[in-house]
Ligand binder design. Structure first.
Ligand SMILES: NC(=O)c1ccc[n+]([C@@H]2O[C@H](COP(=O)([O-])OP(=O)(O)OC[C@H]3O[C@@H](n4cnc5c(N)ncnc54)[C@H](OP(=O)(O)O)[C@@H]3O)[C@@H](O)[C@H]2O)c1
Length: 341
C-alpha cells in the first residue's frame, strides 16, 4: 500500500452527496482534514461548516478553490459544472476528486486531464465502489480463471426518483437522465470486468431530452456479452453478475458496498464461496483514502484516467444512439485532446 498523504480537503457544494462525503471524512479525521466548504450561498456554507466541523466556509466556489489551506477539492456539483470547476482546480494547483460522471463529454474530460497533466495535479472520477477491495478480488478471481472465460454479464442500477424533487435528474442542461445519473455504475462495472466494449447498443424511453429508463447490450473481445438496465422512474434490484464458462460471480450490493455484502463465487460441484473483504471503513472515507494513497501519482489504479476516458467515450456513443444531446453540444465528441487550449 503506498504511503498515505494527509490531505487538506475542500468541498464544492453543500448538497446530498457533499454531506455524506463530509460525514465519512470525519470518520478518518486522523488521516484527512476537512478544511473548508464552498457554496453559492454564504448561509448554506456556514451551516454545512458547522454541521461537519470544517474550519472555513466560503461564499463562492472561486474562494474555496483559491484557499491556500486546501490541497484537494471534492467536486460534488451537478454534472454540467464538473468540467468548469475541475479546470479551475487544476489551474489553482489543486488535486481533484470529481463526482461521477466525470464530465458531460469525452472532449471536456480530455481538456481537464490535459490540464491536470500540465499542472501535475491528481484527478479521479468518484466511483467509491471501485475503491473497495472486493473489486480487486473480483478482477483477480476472473484473471485466475475461477469461472473460466466471462460469457454473459449483467449489471443494473435503477430507482424511482419521480417524487424526490431533484431538478438535476430531469434537466438536460444539467447533464440529467438515467444513464448519466446511475447508468454509469453498471457501465463502469461491465468495463471493469470485461474491458472496453467492441460494440454497444442501447434503447431508451426519453422525455424532455433526458432518458427516464434505458437498457443496452455491450459486446466484448473474446465473445463476452454484457447487458445493463438503468432508470430514474422504475425501481429494480441492484445487480452485478458475471457468468463464465465454469461458474459465476455475484456481487451483492455492488454500488453501496455495505459491511458484510459479499462477492459470491458459484461453481457447479463446489460450495459457494463468499468474500466480504470488509475493512471497517465507510464508503466515502475509503474513497478519500484512495486519493490520499495515490495523489503523488496523479491518478489511482481504482479509476485511472484511461478508464474514465473509456467510460466517457461509451457514454457519448450511447447518448447519441438514444438521442440525448446536451443543449450546448459544441464540444461533443470532437476528439480535441487538448480541448482547444
Ligand atoms: N457518489 C455517489 O454515491 C453519488 C450520489 C449522488 C450523487 N452523486 C453525484 O454528485 C453530484 C451532485 O449530486 P447531489 O445528489 O449531491 O446533488 P444536489 O443534492 O442537488 O447538490 C448539488 C449541489 O451543487 C450546488 N449547485 C450549483 N449549481 C446548482 C444548480 N444549478 N442546481 C442545483 N445545485 C447546484 C448546490 O450547492 P450550493 O447551493 O451550496 O452551491 C447543490 O447543493 C452529481 O454529479 C451526482 O451525479 C454521486
Amino acid at each position: 500500500m503506498p504511503t498515505l498523504r494527509h490531505l487538506r480537503w475542500g468541498i464544492l457544494g453543500t448538497g446530498n452527496i457533499a454531506g455524506k462525503f463530509a460525514r465519512d471524512l470525519a470518520s478518518v479525521a486522523d488521516r484527512a482534514t476537512l478544511v473548508a466548504v464552498g457554496s453559492r450561498d454564504a448561509a448554506k456554507a456556514e451551516s454545512f461548516r458547522i454541521a461537519h466541523g470544517a474550519q472555513r466556509a466560503h461564499a463562492s466556489y472561486a474562494a474555496l478553490v483559491d484557499d491556500p489551506g486546501i490541497d484537494t477539492v471534492y467536486i460534488s456539483l451537478p454534472n454540467h459544472l464538473h468540467a468548469e470547476w475541475a479546470l479551475r482546480c487544476a489551474q489553482a494547483g489543486k488535486h481533484v476528486l470529481c463526482e461521477k460522471p466525470a464530465m458531460l463529454t469525452t472532449s471536456e474530460l480530455e481538456a481537464v486531464l490535459a490540464l491536470a497533466r500540465r499542472s501535475g495535479t491528481f484527478f479521479m472520477e468518484a466511483y467509491a465502489y471501485r475503491c473497495h477491495a472486493r473489486c480487486a478480488r473480483l478482477t483477480r478471481l476472473i484473471a485466475d480463471g475461477a469461472i473460466g472465460a466471462p460469457r454473459l454479464l449483467h449489471a443494473s442500477f435503477a430507482f424511482d426518483g419521480s417524487t424526490l424533487g431533484r431538478p438535476r435528474l430531469w434537466d438536460a442542461a444539467m447533464g440529467g437522465g438515467a444513464l448519466m445519473d446511475v447508468g454509469v455504475y453498471p457501465l463502469s462495472w461491465l468495463r471493469l470486468v470485461a474491458g472496453e466494449p467492441l460494440a454497444a447498443q442501447a434503447l431508451a424511453h426519453v422525455e424532455a431530452g433526458v432518458d427516464h429508463w434505458t437498457a443496452g447490450t455491450l459486446a466484448f473481445a473474446g465473445g463476452a456479452i454484457g447487458t445493463f438496465t438503468t432508470a430514474l422512474r422504475c425501481a429494480t434490484p441492484t445487480t452485478a453478475v458475471v457468468h463464465g464458462a465454469t461458474g459465476a460471480i455475484d456481487v451483492v450490493e455492488p454500488w453501496r458496498c455495505p459491511p458484510g455484502a459479499a462477492l459470491v463465487l458459484r461453481r457447479p460441484g463446489h460450495d459457494d464461496e463468499r468474500f466480504t473483504d470488509d475493512d471497517g471503513l465507510a464508503l466515502y472515507a475509503r474513497e478519500a483514502l484512495t486519493v490520499a494513497a495515490h495523489v503523488d501519482a496523479g491518478q489511482a489504479p481504482a479509476c485511472t484516467w484511461a478508464d474514465s476516458l473509456g467510460q466517457a467515450r461509451l457514454l457519448d456513443a450511447l447518448r447519441a444512439q438514444i438521442g440525448v444531446r446536451w443543449p450546448d453540444a459544441a464540444g461533443d465528441g470532437d476528439g480535441d485532446s487538448d480541448g482547444g487550449r
